[in-house]
Design a protein around this ligand. Sequence first.
Ligand SMILES: [Zn+2]
Length: 245
Amino acid sequence: MKWREKNGLPWLEANLAGEATVCFSSRIGGVSEKPFDSLNLGILTEDRRLDVLENRRRLAAAAGFDGDRVSMGRQVHGAGLSRAGQEIPGAYSAPGNEPPPEADGQLTEEKLRPLLVLVADCLPVALLGDRGLGMLHCGWRGLAAGIIDQAAGKIGVRAAAIGPGIGPCCFEVGPEVEEAFTDLGPGLMNGRNLNLPEAARRLLARAGVEEVESAGICTYCDERFFSHRRDDGKTGRQAGIAWLN
Ligand SMILES: [Zn+2]
């Protein structure tokens, strides 16, 4: 995974087996004002709608994907998946009043069809398999609900990338969260802190992915990223985007 930049807008880019491109945006390079400064991509925040749409346009232009073809869902911290093509056209570039259907993961077999999830501490996880590509929004609830297993089973996963999210340094959790991951073996907890990226990595390994590329960036520590927990919920959203080349 490496940083790239165009028009003053940086992003992290990964390449899955030479078949798919994965981008993780940061908060840098947009037009939104505090506390959404500056590349806020979430329209369901209290940010100005026109600023969010301009940010989305800038990201698509810099990273090189077709904003009009983006597939995204209304994320509810579940394990529901959606096939690209089921969504409302223009959900990214020209969203109407009707929200997209509920889904925390997007799947496709179509080339150059960008799949997108919005995050601010949760992990964006991209999966590549013999039967397509997946982009997942993975908070602890989604992981515990089996979103990785479900997506992996549908596409026959063999490569994956985990983007920036809250790290083991900062993710203090209650006993009910710890309980949800005990079957993944020891070492996930350090005091009251859960290692969410490691939980995702173990779930991917269990699904058959030998090597996972990971950003290794904590969104709470690293101020280049939005963090829901650090900013007390009043913040923007970055994105994980992936497409088949
Ligand atoms: Zn941290």
